[in-house]
Design a protein around this ligand. Structure first.
Ligand code: C2E
Ligand code: MG
Ligand code: MG
Ligand code: MG
Length: 288
């Protein structure tokens, strides 16, 4: 069943395609329609200052509800979007929508947007960010872009140049998933980051795992030496948080504080009616 795609009219299926390739091609086809058909949505996950327990901002995460398949995880569709170039359109929709949303909050919290390598390498990236800030009226310092290490190994020069120009606008830049990609240390030296997000794989059961504990301590030391705040990703348990608090980690994010949800769930926080979440942080210095 060879279908025709409007532009360039390539065949959707070739007889020799394996099942996996066919499935990918199908998803790609459907992803092209997803934006126009209103199947994409943004969810927001709180980021918390460990010392004060206050929410400092939200990370924005993209969700796709496929009409037949239901929720398709970003780990599945983001790589397809990157390979096909669709990520440009998706990424721009994400950033524009997120900045518009954040600009409407009474509480001037930050909003962190994941930016793909493909976007970062585009010549018009800086102009695009400038335009989003101008049209939404969001204060540049409230926008943070999250870059993964793997995102940076391609064409380093353009990426550095674009990052520096975006920073010059006042936008913050975070290194995402620290510790899982390649050459993380040289990237730290090459890029003007404002903070480091330690990958959740190191936080998982950190209180109970000597290797993870040693790695997280080392990253915290690195952050201290480089004067870069550290955010711990994927905090799920109070024991993990307790470890981070004792080791003086600056901030955290994870299911323990709040899941990525429709922003309405966090209405009290964005309105400024409350500054903390319901996760029960022990008072400072208290040991369990
Ligand atoms: P990420 O940027 O590292 O986002 C954190 C991921 O960890 C999210 O997965 C989030 O739902 C999940 N998470 C947060 N707290 C916890 C926790 O306590 N436990 C566990 N087990 N997981 C937690 P998600 O939403 O599936 O996104 C996966 C990745 O897809 C993201 O990793 C990011 O790299 C990418 N992604 C998501 N949205 C976008 C987007 O709008 N643009 C781009 N370029 N990439 C995106
Ligand atoms: Mg991220
Ligand atoms: Mg991450
Ligand atoms: Mg990740």
């Amino acid at each position: 069943c060879a279908k025709e795609e409007g532009r360039g009219s390539y065949r959707l299926f070739e007889p020799q395609m394996g099942a996996q390739v066919r499935d990918r091609r199908l998803l790609e086809h459907d992803l092209r329609l997803a934006l126009a058909r209103d199947q994409l949505a943004l969810v927001y996950q709180p980021q918390v200052d460990i010392e004060t327990a206050e929410v400092t901002g939200f990370e924005v995460l993209l969700r796709w509800t496929h009409p037949e398949r239901g929720a398709v995880p970003p780990a599945k569709f983001i790589p397809i979007a990157e390979e096909t170039g669709l990520i440009m359109q998706l990424g721009e929709w994400v950033m524009r929508s997120a900045c518009k949303e954040a600009a409407s909050w009474s509480n001037p919290l930050s909003v962190a947007v994941n930016v793909s390598a493909v976007q970062l390498h585009a010549t018009h990236f800086v102009d695009f960010v400038r335009d989003v800030l101008r049209t939404t009226g969001l204060a540049p310092a409230r926008l943070e872009i999250e870059i993964t290490e793997t995102a940076m190994i391609r064409n380093i020069n353009r990426a550095i140049s674009n990052l520096r120009q975006v920073k010059a606008l006042g936008v913050k830049v975070a290194m995402d998933d620290f510790g899982t990609g390649y050459s993380s240390l040289s990237n730290l030296r090459a890029f003007p980051f404002d903070r480091i997000k330690v990958d959740q794989s190191f936080i998982r059961a950190v209180h109970d795992n000597d290797q993870s504990a040693a790695i997280v301590r080392a990253v915290l030391g690195l952050g201290k030496g480089l004067n870069l705040p550290i955010l711990a990703e994927g905090v799920e348990r109070p024991e993990e948080l307790e470890f981070l608090r004792n080791e003086i980690c600056h901030s955290a994010q994870g299911y323990w504080f709040g899941r990525p949800q429709h922003i309405g769930v966090y209405a009290d926080v964005i309105s400024g009616r409350r500054r903390t979440l319901d996760a029960h942080l022990p008072p400072l210095g208290e040991k369990r």
